[in-house]
Design a protein around this ligand. Structure first.
Ligand code: G3H
Ligand code: 13P
Ligand code: ZN
Length: 328
């Protein structure tokens, strides 16, 4: 059944668990996520970026989601716009049946340049007005995601802020968060505390210097009714890096956010944990292995099947680790 992000995360907050927000671009990812949800009885957040909507086509994506909702009727399903950059993107998502939208006003509409606070408040408030009138939830973002190690935003994979940013920009300020929520009325708030999108988050296992966990506690204390969201929360599992590299890949050694840190974050009040990269690594590992072991093969089903299995394993692990399991 379709539910809004507010409904889903209210239940998570009452019962002290977290919910992964998994990115979807195609049928294979969708089935892997939903199979894992069925196996572990977990509620699901499927989220589509603007890139995903363009890749899959809005109509195709909508039909995939409708089919998943029909095939897995027992699973509470929230369909969420990831990183909306304008009122129009959020409006068209709602028209296609999304039950939640993110208005990321931490960046300007080009999705690269850090935006000023007033712009963020203004555009986010407009999206909230529109979305709430339709019974759709809204996630906002305050603070620019980026590495506390280098001060770099996310030029690497083509989105996020460019250039060197100050710690002020990279860490969400709790006082400002309180003001932002009061002025916009968002249901959920993405905070910046040292994570970044993509596989290359940290050059070593992150410690308190590069992963500012205290920011979560400080904001949650002040905003107990606003659901906190952690972006850039892939763990970038070593075994997937190794598997990809064993079969012809060339991924330089890198570190993501360790699962135990995500579990601490949930204890501190984080409810939605965004994961895209880990599923990208899993699908790639499965395809690389099969292709390399059977170079004469060319039936796409033969390499998507093992890729499904690896994605499903990541999803099952996160549902169990975040306490999502058993709540569907
Ligand atoms: O925002 C980050 C997600 O990983 C989506 O990435 O824009 O390449 O689809 P994408
Ligand atoms: P990862 O790149 O760490 O998977 O983060 C995804 C994300 O934040 C999507 O909004
Ligand atoms: Zn994100």
């Amino acid at each position: 059944a379709r539910i809004s992000l507010r409904q889903l995360l209210d239940h998570a907050a009452e019962n002290n668990y977290g919910v992964p927000g998994f990115n979807i671009n195609n049928m294979e990812q969708g089935i892997a996520i939903m199979e894992a949800a069925r196996k572990t009885a977990s509620p699901v957040i499927l989220q589509a970026s603007r890139g995903a909507r363009a890749y899959a086509n809005d109509l195709m994506l909508k039909r995939i989601i409708n089919a998943l909702a029909e095939i897995y009727p027992e699973i509470p399903l929230c369909m969420h716009q990831d990183h909306g950059n304008s009122l129009g993107t959020c409006a068209s998502a709602i028209q296609h049946g999304f039950t939640s939208v993110m208005m990321d006003g931490s960046l300007k509409a080009d999705a690269k340049t850090p935006a000023d606070y007033d712009y963020n408040v203004d555009i986010t408030r407009k999206v909230v007005e529109m979305a709430h009138a339709c019974g759709v939830s809204v996630e906002g973002e305050l603070g620019v995601l980026g590495s506390l190690e280098t001060g770099m935003g996310e030029a690497e994979d083509g989105h996020g802020a460019e250039g060197v940013l100050s710690h002020d920009q990279l860490l969400t300020d709790p006082d400002q968060a309180v003001d932002f929520v009061a002025k916009t009325g968002v249901d959920a708030l993405a905070i910046a505390m040292g994570t970044s999108h993509g596989a290359y988050k940290f050059t070593r296992k992150p410690d308190g210097e590069v992963l500012a966990m205290h920011v979560i506690e400080a904001i949650h204390k002040r905003l107990p009714n606003t659901h906190l969201v952690m972006h850039g929360s892939s763990s970038v599992p070593q075994e997937l890096q190794d598997e990809i590299n064993a079969y012809g890949g060339a991924i330089p050694q890198t570190w993501g956010v360790p699962v135990e840190e995500l579990q601490k974050a949930i204890k501190m009040g984080v409810r939605k944990i965004n994961i895209d990269t880990d599923l990208r690594l899993a699908i790639t590992a499965g395809i690389r292995k099969t292709m390399s072991e059977n170079p004469a093969g060319f039936d796409p089903r033969s390499y998507f099947k093992p890729a499904y299995a690896l994605m499903q394993k990541v999803c099952e692990d996160r549902f169990e680790q975040f306490g999502t399991a058993g709540n569907a």
